[in-house]
Ligand binder design. Structure first.
Ligand code: SF4
Length: 189
């Protein structure tokens, strides 16, 4: 059985986390500590819950025909490389979904990681680099100006990321109100 992925949350339908309508999963756990991170609730590895990549992949497959792809965000996906690769492998082989990964690691740091070649063979776009508060952009899916886009297949081009909404508010089937996107709206309890 494969290793479980610790996740914070996932939503089936989002329009502010990549081109088209996409499922999004935010993994749980990040030690990079960018000042001004908008999602500190994802930092602790004790938060969230564990899910098997196979289970998560099946949830996404049930959305076939309704979504264009899956975005994996965080937290820090690359700090759970093994289950991340399992999930990406299943999605790549079971579906035609486009796959986008956000990471706080820089492109050169990724290159030094043991499994980087495999990772990059499974995704369409990687958006890389720490969030730098002093270079904040918060548009076109670019949190700060230092973040870099890496197009690993021909599926997307930079223009596909230009008109993505900065924020959206989603009301889940359980009635929970969630704001997502590169500049999410702050929702009071
Ligand atoms: S890498 Fe992402 S989740 Fe981690 S601290 Fe930086 S902005 Fe926050």
């Amino acid at each position: 059985m494969s290793e479980a992925l610790r996740i914070h949350h996932w939503v089936p339908f989002s329009r502010s986390n990549g081109p088209g309508c996409r499922a999004v999963v935010w993994v749980q756990g990040c030690t990079l500590g960018c000042p001004g991170c908008y999602n500190p609730g994802t930092h602790s590895r004790k938060g969230g819950y564990s899910v098997l990549p196979e289970f998560l992949a099946r949830q996404f497959l049930r959305l076939s025909g309704k979504i264009e792809g899956v975005t994996i965000s965080g937290g820090e996906p690359l700090q759970q490389m093994k289950p991340l690769l399992s999930l990406l492998f299943l999605l790549r082989n079971w579906s035609n979904f486009s796959l986008i990964v956000f990471t706080g690691y820089t492109w050169s740091e990724i290159g030094w990681m043991g499994q980087s070649r495999r990772l990059l063979s499974l995704v369409d776009v990687v958006i890389a680099g720490r969030y730098e508060r002093r270079q904040r952009l918060a548009r076109s899916l670019q949190g700060s100006a230092n973040k870099t886009f890496h197009f690993l297949t021909r599926r997307y081009q930079p223009a596909d990321f230009q008109k993505i909404p900065e924020a959206e508010i989603i009301i889940t089937s359980e009635g929970e109100v969630v704001s997502t996107g590169i500049d999410p709206v702050f929702i009071r309890d």
